[in-house]
Design a protein around this ligand. Structure first.
Ligand code: 26Y
Length: 818
């Protein structure tokens, strides 16, 4: 008997059908005969919202009336993926939906496909935020996700005829969007610019120059089988002045709408840059915009109708988690609100503020830690700059009571000295909050020992680790229904969906050849599905009887897509030169997915190279059927959901010490892919759990990397030492992948040979050597699948439910609603 704990549907198929008809009629204004899949998508979404509405009210009421502290997850990104199927799953209505839609003459998949994915994030950090709010709701913890409803999400990636990345605007709101509810009556005013005056009583008054109206767009976040529905509140910027009538009447139409355009620019685009900071002022405006609105919103929610609320209880009502440094301006903002708007003295305000905020760091690259010129903050937020300076002064005074090391105190300044002082947001976050956490064990260690060393010396108790996780609902159950069914069969229960450690129960089944064969059949069927999908969406011809070898993530030098492509070229060169007999080559399909920041020159050149390697290799009869390379453009959550379940081998090959965690690595392991990876980020913990014998480890460790930097790293030495590496790089230089042009990749090659900041060349030999182990194992399908199954069985730890439980215990000190 299989135990089923999935939520029970609140509706029958007949009711669901009637409701869809009703929505089609009254909301869409079409008959079922006239309706398109897009109409049915909107109608069904409205039906799901309808059934979630009472649970949503009740969750909000219980949160405000009860004594359970809520979580406010402040994040510049929420990479949600499609909503409909997820909401159906979490609310228990998948079967009723499928049957109702079929009854109306539609294919459920067409209706699902009609949804346009909100792409309001760049990558890992944004998708983590989405997993976390799913887990919070599923665990029944009252929570708000607070962010921005960007009008244009991350750019839509296309490739031109030369294989170069082209960025197109992603206007995801072009069609009706049934999930966001715009609540004009809960809007907030957010001010900018102007000056600060000192009043007669010595208090300060900020006289801003301009303001925008922050209007919340609310998304329901239904928990899986928890009966709870939380809120994702994304702010959109509206102008208070639609247009200036006097100017308009002078026929100066463009200038008449200038203030409106300026205001609404704030929520116009998601900054795609994750390398070079650009558009600084606008980004700071965005950060302040959503954080200020969210803080005022929380006060409105938790102290309804109170003019003089007792905000000393604020940290008992809500705890704000700062998702990286992007929302850190919230610290001086809460100080300002408490002091200027509610009249608290500095010390009380500081006590409230430091008890309210916590900070998660997602990087180790020092250049990725945000720093704002004090001048810019002063122009945009003059009162906040005063407060930041005062925080800095007090902080330095406090440090002086804790250490005599003047140099150390100086290093810890929140505001630097000199002609062009800078505000270090990570330092402000560390000083102004209760806890700081890294996102994987190794990362948290390095954060303590390197990046924030001085801080952890003086405030060791502030530092903790919470290893990232991913939601099994979206990334196993929705993405991989076949594997889900097999897991449920193997465990005799579907309870693993809310208690992922139960996957451990699959471990004994790895000894059962029959079960392993079923597992292999699931993978094979997923590969066939993906091949069909890739054909339909991209026109690719993938052979599902080859190994599917995937590398998907943002394009960044430290992630080392270069290592993968160079190894692939080396293989190609081996075959071309006859060093390797083509008949001995294990057939592989290599699949890349990656967006590069639009201003990131080398990353974009790497994309161009990959596309051209694909063009050459896929069209070369000498390697036909043995080596294929595909680069589906515009990698997003949807593509991830299709590709991850179909992958045999996943690449996590960053330079050790550079990838804070990675979350793709977890999704692949949970879907039964093997990983080839370095000892970096969460790879370390994945390998510990799945077993060293079930993980393809290669490359330098953090210590070895450090040592090599110290000794003086010379990439050319490696080029000379490994003939295969030399052959691969020479092939890039000699025009093989640029129609004979030797200049196309010259900057990339020069970088490899003279800088190679992330030591791709130094790890090349180890990386190519591990390939023989990989291929030997793959030639034994039963053994490969046994190990892949052990990856699934031992990855339950990487559920975002576990991450959230760790946050609750170590940082937030709250729990589910009673
Ligand atoms: C300030 C701006 C330029 C900026 C925008 C986006 C800076 C950083 C980011 C995004 C960072 C990010 O996605 N980091 C990733 O976070 C994941 C979740 O913790 C980690 O798994 C991953 O290793 C890390 O690179």
């Amino acid at each position: 008997m299989t135990e089923i704990t999935a939520p029970k549907s609140p509706v029958t198929t007949e009711e669901f059908t009637d409701r869809i008809r009703e929505q089609l009629k009254y909301a869409q204004g079409v008959t079922p005969e006239q309706a398109t899949p897009a109409d049915v998508y909107v109608a069904s979404s409205l039906v799901v919202r309808h059934y979630l509405q009472d649970a949503w009210f009740k969750t909000q009421q219980d949160m405000v009336n009860g004594n359970t502290k809520a979580v406010g997850y402040l994040s510049a990104e929420f990479l949600m993926g499609k909503q409909l199927r997820n909401a159906l799953l979490n609310a228990g209505m998948i079967d009723q939906f499928d049957a109702a839609v079929e009854g109306l003459g539609f294919k459920p998949q067409d209706v699902i496909d009609a949804e346009y994915e909100p792409a309001l994030g760049n990558g890992g950090l944004g998708r983590l935020a989405a997993c976390f709010i799913d887990s919070l709701a599923s665990l029944g913890v009252p929570a708000f996700g607070y962010g921005i409803q960007y009008r244009y999400g991350i750019f839509k990636q296309e490739f031109d005829k030369d294989g170069k990345q082209v960025e197109k605007p992603e206007y995801w709101l072009a069609n009706e969007e049934p999930w966001g509810h715009t609540d004009y009556n809960r809007s907030q005013r957010v001010n900018f610019g102007g000056k600060v005056v000192t009043k007669a009583d010595g208090s300060k008054e900020w006289q801003p120059e301009w303001s925008v109206r922050a209007v919340p767009v609310d998304y329901m976040v239904p928990g899986y089988a928890s009966g709870r529905v939380n809120t994702l509140r994304l702010w959109t910027a509206k102008s208070y002045d639609e247009f200036d009538l006097a100017t308009f009447n002078k026929s100066d139409y463009l200038n008449a709408v200038k203030p409106k355009v300026k205001a609404e620019d704030i929520s116009k685009i998601l900054y795609p840059e994750d390398s070079t900071p650009q558009g600084k002022a606008l980004r700071l405006e965005q950060q302040y915009f959503f954080v200020s609105a969210s803080i005022h919103d929380a006060i409105r929610v938790f102290y309804p109708g109170q003019d003089k609320p007792d905000l000393t209880t604020f940290p008992d009502k809500i705890t704000f988690q700062l998702n990286d440094t992007h929302p850190v301006i919230g610290i001086p903002e809460l100080m300002r609100v408490l002091i200027d708007e509610y009249g608290y003295d500095w010390n009380t305000a500081w006590d409230i503020t430091t008890r309210t905020f916590n900070y998660t760091c997602h990087t180790l690259l020092p250049e990725a830690l945000e720093v704002w010129p004090a001048k810019l903050i002063g122009e945009l937020l003059p009162r906040h700059l005063e407060i930041i300076k005062a925080i800095n002064t007090n902080f330095l005074a406090e440090l002086a009571t804790k250490t005599r090391d003047k140099a150390k105190i100086d290093r810890m300044r929140i505001v630097t000295e000199g002609d062009n002082p800078q505000v270090r947001m990570a330092y402000l976050a560390t000083a102004g909050g209760s806890h700081v956490n890294g996102v994987a064990a190794l990362h948290s260690e390095l954060l303590k020992d390197v990046t924030l060393r001085d801080f952890s010396d003086i405030y060791p108790d502030k530092f903790t680790n919470v290893t990232n996780g991913v939601t099994p609902r979206r990334f196993i159950r929705l993405a991989n229904p076949r594997l889900s069914a097999l897991i449920t069969e193997g465990l005799g229960t579907d309870r693993w969906l809310s208690d992922l450690e139960l996957l451990k129960g699959l471990e004994p089944l790895a000894k059962d050849d029959e079960f392993v064969k079923k597992f292999a059949a699931v993978k094979q069927a997923n590969k066939e599905d993906f091949a069909a999908y890739a054909k339909r969406e991209y026109g690719f011809e993938l052979d599902p009887n080859t190994m599917f070898n995937t590398m998907v993530k943002r394009l960044h030098e430290y992630k080392r897509q270069s290592l993968k492509i160079l190894a692939l070229i080396a293989k190609y060169a081996d075959i071309k030169s006859g060093k390797v007999n083509v008949d001995d080559v294990l057939p592989r399909t290599v699949i890349f997915g990656a967006k590069a920041a639009p201003g990131y020159y080398l990353a974009k050149m790497t994309i161009q190279l990959i596309n051209n390697v694909a063009r050459v290799v896929n069209n070369d009869p000498d390697v036909k059927g043995k080596l294929n390379v595909y680069f589906p453009w515009n990698y997003n959550v949807r593509l991830a959901q299709h590709l991850i379940p179909a992958t045999d081998l996943d690449e996590q090959i960053s330079q050790a010490g550079k990838e804070a965690s990675g979350t793709g690595n977890m999704k692949f392991a949970l879907n039964g892919a093997m990983t080839v990876g370095t000892l970096d980020g969460a790879n370390v913990e994945i390998r510990e759990r799945v077993g060293a014998e079930n993980f393809f480890l290669f490359g330098m460790t953090v210590d070895e990397v450090d040592k090599l930097y110290e000794e003086g790293y010379s990439p050319a030495k490696y080029y000379e030492a490994d003939p295969r590496l030399k052959a691969a790089i020479d092939m890039v230089s000699d025009g093989t992948f640029s129609n004979g042009d030797r200049n196309t990749y010259a900057p990339l090659v020069a970088d490899w040979l003279t800088k190679d900041w992330f030591m791709t060349l130094a790890d090349f030999t180890a990386y190519t050597e591990i390939q023989s182990d990989i291929e030997a194992l793959y030639r034994q399908p039963l053994e490969w699948n046994r190990k892949a199954l052990l990856n699934v069985a031992n990855s339950g730890y990487f559920s975002s439910d576990r991450s959230i439980t760790d946050y609750l215990e170590r940082i937030w000190h709250t729990g589910p609603l009673a």
